[in-house]
Design a protein around this ligand. Sequence first.
Ligand SMILES: [Zn+2]
Length: 487
Amino acid sequence: MLRLQCPVQNYAWGRKPDGGGGKRGSEVAALAAGAGIEVDPEKPYAELWMGTHPSGPATVLGVENTTLSHWLSTHPSALGDAQQYFGDDIPFLFKVLSVGTALSIQSHPDKALAQKLHAKRPDVYKDDNHKPEMAIALTDFEALCGFVEHDELVEALRSVPELKSVVGEAAAAAVEASPSKAALKAAFSALMTADASTVATAIQVMTKRLLSERRVLTEKEKLVLRLNEQYPLDVGVLSAFFFNLVTLKPGQAVYLAANVPHAYVSGELVECMATSDNVIRAGLTPKLRDTSVLCESLTYSQGPPEILEGTPSTSRTWTVTYSPPFDEFEVLRIRIPGTTRPLGLQEAIPASPGPQILLVREGQGRAFTRNPPRADADPKVELQEVELRKGGVVFIPANTPFMVEALNVGVEAWLATVNERVYKQGARTKAAAVEREGQLSWVFWFALGLLLVLLWAMATNNLPALQRELNKWASFGAPDAAHVRPT
Ligand SMILES: [Zn+2]
């Protein structure tokens, strides 16, 4: 096991370390402080990155200036079976996010589009990989995810005249008339490409109207007012009416496939994704907008996203698993309560065929493995036992079973790992190949036997006799000519 030092990102939408203005402080800043990183009270702390992506690579503690990805290049066995599926790198990027103000309206390209975008604009699209992602709430967490159902959109266009005025009468009527993807795409594209002054006027009129309403505003209406405070007169404010507003409780998760629009709004979360940093933005951002690429690439499927609750492990006591339908990753939460007994409670984590990354979110404990150290291991770097404290991040090489033990206060740790289904699928593919081989060999031996009989018959002048025998076999079961002949 290796201890990692992981970088933080101070994006503007993050939270200050102490929260400020009665707000909750940044979890990312608290984790960084726990890991011994000096925290600047004036800066927003947005993301903690645990992985090998070049825009924020983790380094290995105990060896000077060695990134995890460099260490892996000299210790490829640490990737285990995962290497045959994903190549010479960890396939996932593990993160913690502290969302103070909304992130941009964004989507992530699929693999084919990522390759195209990266080739054309490597300065904006940093790699050629897709970026399916999953967000697990640590606190109450709000997000906009995917398009609302058709009925809800029709209702929004009716009840928010300012939205309808930007979308345009014709596009709005087309949505009302049909739940088709084409109508949705046309209406959404009309909004996102409307000129800035039209959008600004509509938002001003809407805000004034909502603030003077003598009724309780809907959650969506309250949200657009908040978004307008954060990103005044931005088209992203109006686009919120097109998206599902999702509110997660701690321990609930959503996952986002490629080409699904979303924006995280507020809260603290654990996030995991395929190793990539490709974001197509179109609103609520000072960064570059690529509106036409976004509008063209979305899938336009409608309806609320699936919420994952975390599946309790059948074989372990303190573990729940969040398994999205993506190959690159799944995430386990290991939460072991404290005890007053001298020995802490333990959870055994079985060996994984691929690499894993463990983050300590709360509490204290230790992780240890009984695997014998490799002959060439540097005992200062590759540890048999690691102390677990808030902010600590540990890399666990493939095929390393380990124990997590809680000390008095208990411990909460999060483990990112390759989705188990990859190895199961791999095993199924292998089993199918073996079966096919078995069938092939049966056909081979049968044909060889037949050939030998034929050669024997020719060599011993028994060919006519063999032909008579074969004819008899061929007519076996066929109706006897004598029985069909009319009498
Ligand atoms: Zn995203």
